[in-house]
Design a protein around this ligand. Structure first.
Ligand SMILES: [Zn+2]
Length: 88
């Protein structure tokens, strides 16, 4: 699973570079938008689904999970600081 984000905000819509699993020289530019996902490869043209689209969506999902985790860590840290001040 290796999609490289080229544009957009982590966890949201954007453009991704996804290498082909079968052709080492091939790279696909996958677009993830609010409406869905699009890949220029032949497989996607036939089935509206492919490994590259899946890889890009998985990367977005990972970015979202990481963002939630970071917010939670920041919230806990702020609560600790608030507690310390409350004890003074
Ligand atoms: Zn594809």
């Amino acid at each position: 699973m290796s999609a490289l984000r080229l544009s957009g905000t982590p966890g949201g819509a954007g453009t991704f570079l996804v290498p082909s699993r079968t052709r080492p020289d091939a790279v696909y530019r996958v677009v993830v938008s609010d409406e869905g996902v699009w890949c220029p490869c032949r497989g996607f043209g036939f089935r509206w689904d492919c490994w590259h689209a899946g890889a890009a969506l998985a990367t977005v999902a990972t970015e979202r999970a990481t963002a939630v985790e970071r917010r939670e860590l920041a919230r806990v840290a702020l609560e600790r600081i608030a507690d310390e001040f409350a004890c003074e």
